[in-house]
Design a protein around this ligand. Sequence first.
Ligand code: SF4
Ligand code: SF4
Length: 373
Amino acid sequence: MSLELKNLYDDFRDAETIKAYAKIIQEDAKKLTSSINIMEVCGGHTHTIMKYGILQLLPQNIKFIHGPGCPVCIMPKERIDHAYVLSMQKDVILVTLGDMIKVPGSNGSLQDARSKGADVRFVYSPLDCLKIADENATKKIIFFAIGFETTTPMTAALLDTVIKRGIKNIYFHINHVTVPEAMSALLADDECKIDAFLGPSHVSVISGSKIYEEFPRDWGKPVVVSGFEPVDVMQSISMIVKQFIEGRCELEVEYKRAVNREGNLKAQELIEKYFQKADLFKWRGLGNIPKSGLRLRDEYDSYNVENIYKNVLPTEEINDHKLCICGDILKGKATPPECSIFGTACKPITPIGSCMVSSEGACAAYYKYGNLI
Ligand code: SF4
Ligand code: SF4
């Protein structure tokens, strides 16, 4: 067999294996005494579930709740407004990752800011800021950092390099969030309907599976950390169903080829060195969640634009659109098609709520794979 990238994931997309798992799940599900609602926390899993038609392969008594696992979708308008205002400051180049430039804030998106003359750029890696800073020595480069545990080490690596090289024109607006706190906040909601979790992939590579140990232990909810491919997801669903029929409630790892209990200790060290927990972070659709966001440690305040530009950054709270039911979707109380503006006023090119913004959002995935485009 040749060493092509394709061969690495072929087995994990094999139709026969997927069908075999579907059969096992169908048979096992007959032994369940009540239905199971599984939340996939990660947007990558939402994408896989919708793209490969996994919902259609499952019996009626196994349902999915699409979780808050897209760092772009959960960004509240207040933070986007910060980015917008910062991009408009004199001699600023605002840099961020991917889809972030499309998210609408109350004044528009970063794309709109760009059309008004702001210098907004997107990069694939935070370290690309080094080149931008080098080529624009008279400008202030502001990195608008987003993402879960997955991307936080890269932001920390950028700051580490900036300090070690004595670079004077790179600054940070930190919007990194952490997954377990959001999972706990969802479970703490009285109306929460989650019975088990499909644990995120990349996040777990960095943090290790240990971050989910509290969920079976303290909340009575099984977690299976799953890979991204459809065979991974089917195997993980099967593992969850087996836990229910065997009366077990455990943390298991299906994605053993990449995840262990401890995670990437070097990455965790780097995060620990530069970041501390923020008291509160507001998640779009979910509201304020204590200790769910990170901020730079006080000793790095001179790199923190929330400090440097505090006089120009807006502080007022902004509500989500009144017709948007993202909060209910993220809590498993509704599905995207139940939103009255799904696919009409709210589409990927004109997103109104958070779940329609990036391709990993639940509404965007339903729109794309529900034959609406
Ligand atoms: S694990 Fe990866 S795909 Fe899933 S939410 Fe995190 S970054 Fe996104
Ligand atoms: S379709 Fe749009 S407005 Fe409706 S819930 Fe989804 S993101 Fe919100």
